[in-house]
Design a protein around this ligand. Structure first.
Ligand code: MSP
Length: 649
């Protein structure tokens, strides 16, 4: 296919909230999207795979405040920092083409323009919001939407809220959305359509509040200062701003929009199948071709979440078992459209059964026999397949077709099942043909070569089809088959492997794991990770001269008086005996750590030649020394027998 006539395929994951480190549940959707993107590339499509991070909103603002940093620095760390979002995608071998951050200026420009356009059209108007607000979900709910008085998404407490706000006329599009959901295949699986109709369309769509004034960490509504754009309007338009819609970042909107599919978790299907198409209708933009709402990975039957403390760390698992094994497990074990229960045991069993016993065994046995009986290269010329080969050969020949049928439905588990049926059959074929017995008589060598050829060819086709799931493993197997072809066209035809293929031996690809021993070790590793970590050491300071050090006057002082400074949460005011006979006043920002009364009479150290400065209108003459690490602080206290005014040298 020439580059110009290549069909486009635009696929997206949800953009992740960088409020905490990502867990295996987040990894699940990204791995699935990656498998689909790789599959489509293999099929010759011009693929654009978009992922990114959704960085605005109250939750991030609050978290940043708690961490004593700015929201931007906070999200930068989780997105770009060590073991952050981008590191995780690298580790998981995610082949995204674009990574958007909603704090990227070009995205913010798009959102402001979209907001204004909808406002000018009359689809966004100003009103007053009264309702219940769920802070963690950033969602307003009407009384009828609450479940037992709590947030219907996460089950947490909601608070009454009222504010002047802008609204999007979602109600105007109710009928069009109903048609879209009920009469087309826009939303899959079908069960999600029933959920949307029953939970949201039947009760009636109300207009949606799309601005906030209660916090500032968002994209400002440029024509009304004080309002920031609702985080979901902001986030949803990432799918088009990333392509250059209403910005100059790039020029791919015409090329890739509408998206072929948005993969999203089930709790955000409402945003993608109701609110998103309604906004696109308002903007008179084409709708995405499909939204697929996948299920959750559950732990002990419940959703993983950082606040519940039951998250599974993908780093730990990928480092222990390898990226490919983890990617494979996620898509082999859980049907994409439904929930699935994650367990360490299921992961290890899957590696043992499918990868060590079935795939690993087939590859290593076959190549080992080819090497043992034929040395450098096989010579499988001229010998026709025997009748007993037909079943395997037919099964392998039709595999790409059966696999394709499942992949086109996003049924990853079924696609893998097709491959593993063939792998199972091939292992049985070895037992049926007993190559070791054939090898005993030279007259059987042509037949032996044929048996091994059929097996190697099976391995080639399976490896090629596994590539979207396990890219590293597929490359490794292709290399062991002498660099055999594994492009799509070659996978639909049995018999393309050169008859004199030169195989290459290698180490065991998936060693069997002792499950009992490993479970214990893994659990210990998880527990060690959960144990409180030492706070990191502070950054070292640049070297100073001895002269500079000597200029700092450190004096022993006794606490004569200590009280809280009015209107300040941080400051304590000390009256100190510094040995001069004139009490010295020092203000120190340690109210969070000490009650004033517990410090009376204590012997401390102060820097006494520091230039005085005013804090909250009061003079502070010096600084008390304390030791700090992370969020712990201790004043330096000396033995009370040391006289006030003594100098530290
Ligand atoms: N920021 C929004 C998405 C905006 S898209 C325009 C968001 N972010 S999220 O980080 O909270 O979740 C991202 C995705 O991870 C969602 O699709 C969510 O369903 C998915 N998952 C989070 N936990 C999950 C599991 N335990 N299992 C499977 N997927 C899960 O929502």
């Amino acid at each position: 296919m020439c580059d110009k006539c290549k069909e486009r395929f635009f696929i997206t994951t949800p953009i992740y909230y960088p409020s905490d480190k990502l867990h295996i549940g987040h990894t699940y959707c990204t791995v699935a999207t990656d498998a689909m993107a790789r599959y489509k590339r293999m099929r010759g499509f011009d693929v654009c795979f978009l992922t990114g991070t959704d960085e605005h909103g109250q939750k991030i603002e609050t978290k940043a405040k708690e961490a004593n940093t700015t929201p931007k620095a906070f999200v930068d760390n989780i997105v770009e920092g060590e073991k952050g979002v981008k590191d995780l995608w690298k580790l998981m071998n995610i082949s995204y083409d674009r990574f958007i951050r909603t704090t990227d200026p070009y995205h913010m420009e798009t959102v402001q323009k979209v907001f204004k356009k909808m406002y000018e059209k009359g689809d966004i108007y100003k009103g007053t919001y009264e309702g219940m607000y769920c802070t963690p979900c950033e969602s307003f709910w009407t009384a009828s939407q609450l479940k037992d008085g709590k947030c219907p998404d996460c089950g947490r407490e909601v608070q009454p809220a009222q504010e002047e706000a802008y609204f999007f006329r979602l109600s105007k599009y109710a009928q069009q959305i109903r048609n879209l959901l009920v009469n087309t295949d826009f939303l899959e699986p079908r069960s999600r359509v029933n959920e949307m109709v029953h939970n949201f369309l039947d009760p009636g769509l109300e207009d949606l509040c799309v601005s906030r004034t209660s916090f500032t960490w968002g994209i400002p509504v440029d024509f009304d200062p004080g309002h920031v754009v609702y985080v979901w309007l902001d986030a949803l338009f990432n799918y088009t701003s990333a392509l250059g819609f209403l910005n100059d970042h790039c020029n791919d909107y015409e090329k890739y929009w509408p998206a072929d599919v948005h993969f999203v978790g089930k709790e955000i299907v409402r945003f993608h199948s109701i609110i998103w198409p309604a906004m696109l209708m308002s903007m008179e933009m084409p709708l995405p071709k499909k939204v697929f709402g996948h299920g959750w990975l559950l732990l002990d039957g419940g959703k993983m979440s950082k606040s519940k403390g039951n998250v599974v760390d993908p780093y730990l698992l990928a480092e222990r078992y390898g990226t490919d094994a983890l990617r494979f497990f996620l898509l082999r074990t859980f049907p994409f459209g439904s929930d699935g229960n994650f367990s360490n045991e299921a992961l290890i069993s899957c590696i043992n059964t499918d990868l060590a016993n079935d795939l690993g065994n087939l590859v290593s046995r076959t190549i080992a026999m080819a090497q043992k009986y034929f040395g450098a290269s096989l010579c499988a010329n001229q010998v026709e397949d025997a009748e007993k080969d037909t079943e395997l050969v037919e099964l392998v020949s039709g595999l790409a077709g059966r696999y394709e049928e499942q992949m086109e439905k996003f049924a990853f588990q079924n696609a893998l099942s097709e491959i593993f049926k063939v792998i199972g059959r091939a292992n049985k074929y070895i037992d049926e043909n007993e190559p070791w017995r054939l090898a005993k008589d030279e007259a059987n060598f042509p037949r032996l070569a044929r048996v091994l050829y059929n097996l190697l060819e099976t391995v080639r086709i399976c490896a090629g089809l596994l590539r979207p799931f396990m890219p590293g493993t597929a490359d490794e197997i292709a290399a062991r088959l002498g660099g055999a072809r594994t492009d799509w066209d070659s996978l639909t035809t049995f018999g393309l492997l050169p008859r004199d293929v030169a195989t290459v031996a290698g180490p065991v690809m998936f060693p069997r794991i002792d499950i009992d021993k490993e479970l214990k070790e893994l659990e210990a590793a998880i527990a060690a990770q959960a144990a409180p970590q030492e706070d990191p050491l502070p950054e070292p300071l640049p070297e100073i001269t001895f002269d500079a050090f000597e200029k700092v006057e450190m004096t022993v002082v006794k606490v004569l008086g200590c009280e809280k400074v009015k209107k300040s949460e941080k400051l304590l005011k000390f009256t100190l005996d510094d040995g001069t006979g004139t009490p010295r006043q020092i203000l120190s920002g340690i109210a969070k750590y000490y009650q004033p009364e517990e410090l009376l009479g204590k012997t401390l150290v102060a820097v006494t030649n520091l230039a005085p400065r005013k804090m909250m209108g009061q003079l502070s003459c010096g600084m008390l020394l304390s030791a700090e690490r992370g969020d712990k602080l201790n004043l330096i206290m000396l033995d009370d027998s040391i006289a006030a005014g003594s100098r530290l040298v």
